[in-house]
Ligand binder design. Structure first.
Ligand code: ZN
Length: 372
């Protein structure tokens, strides 16, 4: 069944640059200055996703649009005014550091507001019923950002801003945020940690980034106790572990919570060739995960599903993963076939490793009392 799927993007989002880096570190000392690729968080993986959508014909099946920058009142629901002022001053000066791995370049403030604005507009259009579902190609990403501190290439908490705006404008009461970026969704977790109206779920590589965070014992606090679920997976987990975790942990948690809207922090960096993580997913894994969450949204919230782009640093491969995700959202299958798929399918963990990974996930189910 084809759907009215929105795709929110803007060329300006590709024009943010954090300065000269080799992978994620400023060069110097023993680290040689970068080649042309420079910083891992470059626009290229995002731009190539859009390019692939254009040549495959997928773009033509979607409702494409940009959006205004997120309004100041929308930002202020999540970020304190002095943080925003500090951010704007650095951006106007053309350089600065808002936190660990959150370097600011010329115009970063306006571009980050636009990135958040794409997420706000995507959620708004779905809640208005203008679209069935939507994908926001936000850049810079948002899920590591704390209210008063940038972190890990993130300057504004895009999804939290969109969720809070949806609550204020549309009176939405229960929102689930599923974060399948390979890194822990620490910012979203922190912002909603004491809340029982926003369920935050993060499936990530154990102890990858931020170091030492994303433990299963972090379950929320006060009213929010039980409304945060961390699912750390072992490095080297592949298609089977992710699907099993989805069926065993994530879908039951969503069924219990009964959200009115599901937002996915759609990082594509759990793919098998990503330079910033050690997982083994491929485009068909992302197709399966999206199908599972889309079907859950159909059952629970009239299909109201919004995906907001987060990480994904393998320039040649991210486009195939994102393309599969957006095909599923739109209910369209184009002629694109993933040329890396045979290699990555061949590199999946052995039967023994898969069995052990499933045992670890079973132990989490017991710990979360999802079995009762
Ligand atoms: Zn990531």
């Amino acid at each position: 069944m084809s759907r009215r799927t929105g795709f929110f993007f803007d060329e300006h989002c590709f024009w943010h640059a954090a300065g000269l880096h080799a992978l994620v570190l400023p060069f110097g000392g023993w680290l040689q200055p970068p080649s042309s690729a420079g910083h891992a968080e470059s626009p290229e993986s995002k731009r190539r996703l859009k390019s692939l959508m254009d040549v495959s014909g997928l773009s033509q099946r979607l409702r494409l649009s940009s959006a205004p920058m997120a309004a100041e009142e929308d930002l202020l629901r999540v970020h304190p005014a002095d943080y925003l002022q500090r951010f704007k001053a650095m951006s106007d000066a053309g350089h600065g550091e808002l936190g660990e791995e959150a370097q600011v370049g010329p115009g970063t403030y306006e571009i980050a507001r636009l990135s958040a604005g794409l997420a706000v507009a995507a959620v708004d259009a779905v809640l208005r019923g203008e679209l069935d579902n939507a994908y926001a190609l936000s850049r810079p990403p948002g899920h590591h950002c704390l209210p008063d501190r940038g972190l890990g290439f993130c300057y504004l908490a895009n999804i939290a801003i969109a969720v809070e705006t949806a609550r204020a404008r549309h009176g939405v009461k229960r929102v689930a945020v599923l974060d399948w970026d390979v890194h822990h969704g620490n910012g979203t977790q922190t912002i909603f940690y004491e809340r029982d109206d926003v369920l935050t779920l993060s499936i990530h590589q154990e102890n990858c980034f931020p170091l030492g965070q994303g433990h299963p014992d972090e379950r929320g606090q006060g009213r929010g106790l039980g409304y945060n679920l961390n699912i750390p997976l072992l490095p080297g987990s592949g298609d089977d572990a992710y699907r099993y975790a989805m069926e065993r942990l994530i879908l039951p948690a969503l069924e219990r919570f009964r959200p009115e809207l599901i937002v996915v922090a759609c990082g594509l960096d759990a793919n098998g060739v990503d330079p910033l993580a050690r997982m083994l997913l491929h485009s068909e894994s992302f197709r399966s995960l999206t199908t599972l969450v889309r079907d859950a949204a159909d059952r629970l919230c009239n299909g109201r599903l919004v995906m907001v782009h987060e990480g994904g640093y393998a320039e040649a491969y991210v486009p195939f993963c994102g393309h599969a995700v957006i095909e599923v959202l739109a209910g369209v299958r184009t002629a694109v076939s993933d040329p890396f798929l045979p290699m990555l399918e061949g590199q999946q963990p052995s039967a023994e490793a898969r069995a052990f990974q499933r045992q670890c996930i079973d132990r989490l189910a017991t710990r979360f009392e999802l079995d009762v």
